[in-house]
Design a protein around this ligand. Structure first.
Ligand SMILES: Cc1cc2nc3c(=O)[nH]c(=O)nc-3n(C[C@H](O)[C@H](O)[C@H](O)COP(=O)(O)OP(=O)(O)OC[C@H]3O[C@@H](n4cnc5c(N)ncnc54)[C@H](O)[C@@H]3O)c2cc1C
Length: 400
């Protein structure tokens, strides 16, 4: 793409997983991208992330699949345990049969490592110009183009804008408006070194311990040299959406009825970060004319399906394909993209909420949950996951 003149210029606001992926997807259609990021350095927080085969299909389409595979840990299964009696409820195998079925692996990876894998592809792309320390505060839509304004008053002009600026998106605020819903569920995250991880929890799988009004998750990172720990509970306080430093004392008060095996992990981190989470009810459109949204800016989720970043990657590939299908008519391409992504991500929002309820069941609801999954075959689990993990670039312009 170096010699040819780009057909259009699009501003991508936000250099998270979604923004980097969007930039790559657009340059693959011959579009020039100006990527604006508020942070001084592009990077990610210290925590892990799970990636389904749909994410790997998207990463392959963006040219970042191999680099991600090099840094990921491929799991043997996905496990759900009952956090009260310590018994296994679900074990979905993610080996050869899973990969064949969904055309990609299930993996866990440090967030910095997946971010870097996409960033490397961005840095090698001559059509992407990157600007850090640029906090976007305003957007003006003009005839045939947009102007994006940063906190220092600088004005950036382009043919269109894609807001990939996360849950508190300034672009969403200026276009369709923000309307989030604080879940009241609080998440604590930490990464511990291998030697600090209890030996009986060193399992090559995302293991979720489902408890009453809470759950705990752990999985390996970086070749098993580190472990990601995530604990979630229904807060007793009125929560405000955001991230703060956590306290071990608070965590310990929420897991008193939990089996000693998962409970031992609460003692291990030396510091925790605390997320008061939010999501948003799905909306019909993510923009009009020459503006659209992508990733958490478009569809903030809670984390129960481990699909927020996976969906941002799917969004990016679909956006590129939609712009291509509409032969560079950006308005038409953005609307086609939204018509496909709004229903898919709405299904994920609602399924995620339902999954949160099921994980946190107590009393008879817990008994029914455990019976529901007991004795299911691998094939039955795979069939239930087909709608989620069966996404591919080749079918991304078909409604699903
Ligand atoms: C506890 C937890 C666990 C999770 N686990 C998983 C998982 O296992 N698998 C999974 O797929 N997903 C998971 N997710 C979801 C995933 O983290 C997000 O969906 C994903 O990171 C969203 O990426 P994004 O690029 O859309 O937004 P972000 O990562 O929020 O990136 C937005 C970027 O925009 C920048 N920005 C913001 N405002 C401005 C502005 N005004 N001007 C310029 N730049 C701006 C930010 O600095 C940031 O770099 C989890 C989330 C949580 C909270």
């Amino acid at each position: 793409m170096t010699a040819q003149k780009a057909k259009h210029k699009i501003i991508v606001v936000g250099g998270g997983i979604g923004g980097l992926a969007a930039a790559l997807a657009l340059t693959r259609q011959g579009v020039e991208v100006l990527l604006l990021e508020q942070a001084a350095h592009i990077g990610e927080i210290g925590a892990g992330i799970q990636l389904g085969p749909n994410a790997f299909n998207a990463l392959d389409a963006l040219g970042a699949g191999e680099a991600t595979r090099q840094r990921a840990v491929f799991t043997d299964s996905m496990i759900m345990m009952d956090a009260v009696d310590g018994k296994e409820v679900v074990n979905i195998q993610t080996g050869e049969n899973f990969r064949k079925r969904f055309g990609g692996p299930y993996a866990v990876i440090h967030r910095a490592d997946i971010h870097l894998s996409i960033l490397e592809a961005v840095q090698h792309d001559p059509l992407i110009q990157f600007k850090t320390s640029t906090h976007v505060v305003d957007l003006k839509v003009k005839k045939g183009g947009v102007e994006v304004i940063d906190a220092d008053g600088n004005v950036y002009k382009a043919d269109a804008v894609v807001g990939c600026d996360g849950t508190k998106s300034a672009i969403r605020e200026k276009t369709i408006g923000r309307d989030h819903r604080v879940t009241g569920h609080v998440v604590y995250r930490a990464v511990v070194e291998l030697e600090n991880m209890p030996e009986d929890l060193r399992i090559n799988a995302p293991v979720l311990w489902a408890g009453p009004r809470c759950h705990l998750v752990h999985y390996p990172l970086r070749g098993g040299q580190q472990y990601n720990l995530v604990v979630t509970f229904h807060s007793r306080k009125q929560e405000e959406w955001g991230v703060t430093d956590g306290s071990k004392e608070e965590v310990m008060t929420y897991f008193e009825g939990v089996h000693p095996r998962p409970r031992q992990m609460l003692d291990r981190p030396t510091s925790w970060r605390r997320w008061a989470t939010a999501d948003a009810d799905p909306v019909d459109e993510w923009g009009t004319g020459l503006c659209t949204l992508l990733g958490d800016a478009a569809h903030p989720f809670a984390q129960y399906l481990a699909q927020g970043a996976c969906m941002a990657l799917e969004d990016a590939v679909t956006l590129g394909e939609a712009v291509n299908r509409c032969r560079g008519d950006l308005d038409a391409g953005f609307r086609l993209y939204e018509s496909l992504r709004v229903p898919r991500t709405a299904r994920v929002v609602w399924s995620t909420r339902e999954m949160g309820r099921i994980y946190h069941a107590k009393g008879v609801e817990r008994t029914v949950r455990n019976l529901l999954w007991k004795g299911k075959s691998q094939e039955q689990f795979y069939a239930g996951l087909e709608w989620l993990y069966g996404w591919r670039k080749e079918n991304c312009l078909e409604p699903r």
